[in-house]
Design a protein around this ligand. Sequence first.
Ligand code: FAD
Length: 477
Amino acid sequence: MTEPLHDELHDELHDALRAIVGPSHLLLDPAAMAPYLADWRGRYTGRAHAVVLPANAAEVARVVAACAAARVPIVPQGGRTGLVLGSVPDTSGLAIVLTLRRLDRIRHIDAANRTMTVEAGCILADIEQAAAQAGMLFPLSLAAEGSCTIGGNLSTNAGGTAVLRYGNARELCLGLEVVTAQGQVWDGLRALRKDNTGYALRELFIGAEGTLGVITAAVLKLYPQPKASLTALVALASPQAALDLLGLVQERCGAALTGFELMSDYCLRLVAAQFPALPTPFAVHHPQYALLELSSPESQDHACGLIESAIGAALEAGIALDAVLASSNSQSLGLWKLREHIPLAQAAAGKNIKHDISLPVSRIPAFIDQTGAALQAAFPGCQLVCFGHLGDGNLHFNVAPPPGAGHEAFLIHQQAVNRIVHDNVAAFHGSISAEHGVGALKRDELVRYKSAVELDMMRAIKAALDPLGIMNPGKIL
Ligand code: FAD
């Protein structure tokens, strides 16, 4: 492992950074830096020679310019909830971590334009709350919303549970303010729904995972608050039945359907084993479950009418086996808790091999069948922890060891398991990263599955915007 460089050059850079952000916002002490260096899952810790906490875009720009002059790599960091090692430095100790957490102001809400302008370090839950206080909805919603930042959400093009209706973070953003790799501030904070003035630069920085520049603020789209929302859990015989149910509900409920999650019985058994206090709504087990979220611009009765008629039709057609409708807010939260506790139950049960994939929705049942069979053939008895945002074609397709086998020991098969899953994803024309991004974790997989033409274009963009290669090196490419 390389020792961090405390040579003259770094002392000079630290002096410059201290002058920009103030002494209390430049961390050099290992104990003070430690929380910024560890991955959220606690599986990896990187090293840095400084952690810098600027207060505004002007300070970010000066920090980046100083690092560019010293040729020092920068790792932008938001809430550090990313799952692909994007926001933590490598172990060389050569980089600085640039955390955006002090850029936490909601700058402006324009109710008539249905937009809000926020700084990159705003916590997602605070943005949702500010929108609600203004009588509107900011619909990005994910289990990490109490810790993740909008800068991180945009940099990873986060998905979550309402993509079906409102789209990913990309679709929710109209404008950006970015500090370029040269330390200039690009004011692209346009609140326009139509703007065809050349290349869509905003799109480059969204999903770039901090490899092209630093997002310091964004203009976000707001929506009317639904008058009512309703949650239902439907028991099903198979993923094909889930797909049939999705089609039926979309036909009958249209845009009122905001979320459609798939969970296998194995997932709910995991949750029950690890969190026995969470009530399971059905007396008997069924192979699959779909969790549906419906919103109505009219009333609770309207939402109820829509969902009851759709589920009634599904039961009659033999698509659904059973169903429960949440009749109160707390029941609805209870159903969502089952879904949200799956990753926690997995973590409590032991390590497993994770995949965040997307596929054309129509091909999901065949993918699950074929990939499940290939995994069983290679690793008899292995357990599939398959759940996710079926409505968006996004599955968390995780593989746990056979019952009784050691979780740590099973991890030696990671490469072979990845190969089976990702080769099948490619064969079904899917993506090996649906919503978590590439980071350092999936960089080699990206090279394996993207075409040379696509990789060349990506490398050309990187070289054009970050010619010194200082922006989050080793991530994505
Ligand atoms: P970080 O982890 O700090 O950073 C993520 C990446 O963005 C890094 O590459 C970093 O360098 C870069 N970055 C951060 N801020 C900036 C900036 N201002 N400018 C430039 N680059 C920047 N993700 C989903 O999409 N959907 C889910 O449903 C979902 N559920 C989750 C549930 C849990 C319990 C957890 C822990 C994570 C989940 N995630 C999910 C993953 C994670 O929450 C998202 O990737 C989130 O968008 C990351 O935001 P962050 O602020 O924590 O970013």
